[in-house]
Each structure stands twice: as structure tokens, then as C-alpha cells.
Design a protein around this ligand. Structure first.
Ligand SMILES: [Fe+2]
Length: 292
């Protein structure tokens, strides 16, 4: 049996992730760096087995805000709208904006692994943009302008108000965000430490601005242009850089968080929906240190 088949987008595999050995993990990491995204079909891991799989891929980091944590396995981030008066499960409507996971932190993750538990009937799926492809397609003039520049990222715009924040002044909440997650600076062009590819590292969700430099006269206009050229300002999702991955029950997705930005596709109509997520560091720096 072939380990991986070519899907419409990325690779697919029917290997049962409960049965993998360390050789498979090495092969899988190599595949992710090369092919960017793998969908494992018909998986039925328990939450504990899902965490065990994540730990085979690298160092699993639990999310910094605990309201997202799975009740028994705090490494699992739970996106869910399955709330009742008796029980709150995870946080609803997460990730409905273009972003790469933890871009607002000093060390973003290598891999994102998602495992939908309840898949909505309408509008199922996630949008992706490959920011290495976007960088490649930029004009030489734009590439020159952003070479060696840096950008500022923050969770400020996207921070979700927690139950304990109700009746707090907005200024106090903003001060706390700035204290616990101060804005971070990353190269505008990240160099992938394994493939050496250059990746335009900006997102509509988390990038607050590009730092001015000799080559950058109007940083706001430049950021707007880069967001536009990457397809992130297209709210019809028809831009050629945007790919939609449709999700089926039993799918487990694993992708390269350095090069993809993603955007959840939530239904406009209420439907039950729940997804588990793990975020994993590999053994490499987020960006090669000679990043341009
Ligand atoms: Fe995300």
C-alpha cells in the first residue's frame, strides 16, 4: 500500500495513526515539509491517542489561554459551539480570519494538527493560502522593498473576551493583553529552515504593521498591497491563491504552519461544530537565521 496519495490539495493517507512507528514519523515530517499538508482519512483516535500522536511529531505546547483547553487533556485546543446551560465546551467561532497559528508569539509553531470531532453539514472546510507561493509571485520591486524588513504582530484585534472579562473596562483588558502577549517582531520574509523557501509572513488577523525602512516609504500602503496580492482581502474567497480543503468526518489534518495561513469556514446558519487542535514545535528555528 502507498503511504500517501495525491489529493486535490496536499496528500491523503489511510494509515491508522494509532499504529505508526518512529520511521513513519520521520517520513511524515519529511512529507509535510515537501508537500505542506496531509489529510489522514477515517481516523478514530481517542483524545489521549490524539495527544500521543502529537507528541510523536514534536513538542506539543498547550495554548496560553486555558478557556480553550480540553477538560482532561489540556494540550488539546477545543473550538466548539456545543454549549449548553449545563456545560461549556471550548470556544466557539475560532479562527474565522486569515492567520498562521501563534504568529503573535515570539516562537510560532512548526505544525498544526486538527481533528474535527463534529463536522457541520454546510460550509465544512478550511481555506488555505500558501505564503511561499505568494512570495514567489510578488514583483521584483515588492520583493526588494520587503527584503530585510520586519513586521509587528499582535493578538490584540482577535483576542476573544473571556467569561471573567465581563463588566471589566475595555482598557483594562487591552492592558492585560499587552502585558501577557506584547507585540512581537518577525521578519516580513521568513526563510523555511528545512526547504530554504522564502515565505511572506504577514496575515490580516495578526500583522499590525511593517516597520519603516529605507526601502519602505509608506508601510501602511505596502501592508495593504501585500494583503491584497496574497488574496487575504478577497471576501468572496475566489482569489487564485486561496484553496479550500473540504473536510469529512474522520479526517485528521496536519500542515506546515510556517508557510500556510488559514481561515476557518464557519456556516452562516447555526450547526453543531467541534474541532480538536494540537500545535507542535519541531527541532528547528521558526525562520532560518539568515532570513532576508
Ligand atoms: Fe488557526
Amino acid at each position: 500500500m502507498e503511504m500517501f496519495d495525491r489529493g486535490d490539495f496536499g496528500l491523503t493517507s489511510r494509515i491508522n495513526l494509532r499504529d505508526i512507528d518512529s520511521n513513519f514519523v520521520i517520513e511524515l515530517k519529511r512529507t509535510i515539509y515537501k508537500e505542506k499538508l496531509v489529510v489522514f482519512k477515517q481516523q478514530n483516535l481517542t483524545p489521549a491517542e490524539f495527544v500521543a500522536f502529537g507528541k510523536k511529531m514534536g513538542v506539543v505546547e498547550k495554548y496560553y489561554e486555558d478557556m480553550y483547553h480540553h477538560k482532561e487533556h489540556e494540550e488539546i485546543f477545543v473550538s466548539s459551539n456545543r454549549h449548553t446551560k449545563q456545560e461549556v465546551v471550548g470556544v466557539p467561532r475560532t479562527g474565522k480570519f486569515w492567520h498562521s497559528d501563534y504568529a503573535f508569539m515570539p516562537s510560532p509553531f512548526a505544525f498544526t494538527i486538527t481533528f474535527p470531532q463534529v463536522v457541520p453539514k454546510l460550509n465544512r472546510g478550511t481555506y488555505f493560502i500558501d505564503m511561499a507561493e505568494v512570495y514567489e509571485a510578488l514583483s521584483d520591486d515588492l520583493k526588494q522593498q520587503i527584503a530585510g524588513s520586519s513586521s509587528i504582530h499582535s493578538v490584540r484585534k482577535r483576542f476573544k473576551i473571556r467569561p471573567k472579562d465581563i463588566y471589566q473596562p475595555i482598557g483594562a483588558i487591552l492592558d492585560e493583553i499587552d502585558r501577557s502577549t506584547p507585540p512581537v517582531v518577525h521578519p516580513t520574509v521568513v526563510t523555511h529552515p528545512i526547504t530554504g523557501e522564502k515565505i511572506l509572513y504577514i496575515s490580516e488577523g495578526f500583522t499590525m504593521g511593517i516597520n519603516p525602512s529605507e526601502n519602505i516609504k509608506n508601510p501602511n500602503q505596502l501592508l495593504h498591497q501585500l494583503l491584497q496580492e496574497s488574496g487575504q482581502l478577497d471576501d468572496t474567497f475566489q482569489h487564485p491563491h486561496i484553496k479550500l480543503l473540504n473536510i469529512e468526518e474522520g479526517d485528521l489534518l496536519l500542515w506546515d504552519n510556517r508557510r500556510f495561513i488559514h481561515h476557518a469556514k464557519h456556516s452562516g446558519v447555526f450547526e453543531p461544530s467541534e474541532t480538536y487542535r494540537l500545535t507542535v514545535y519541531d527541532d528547528h528555528e521558526f525562520s532560518a537565521t539568515n532570513a532576508a
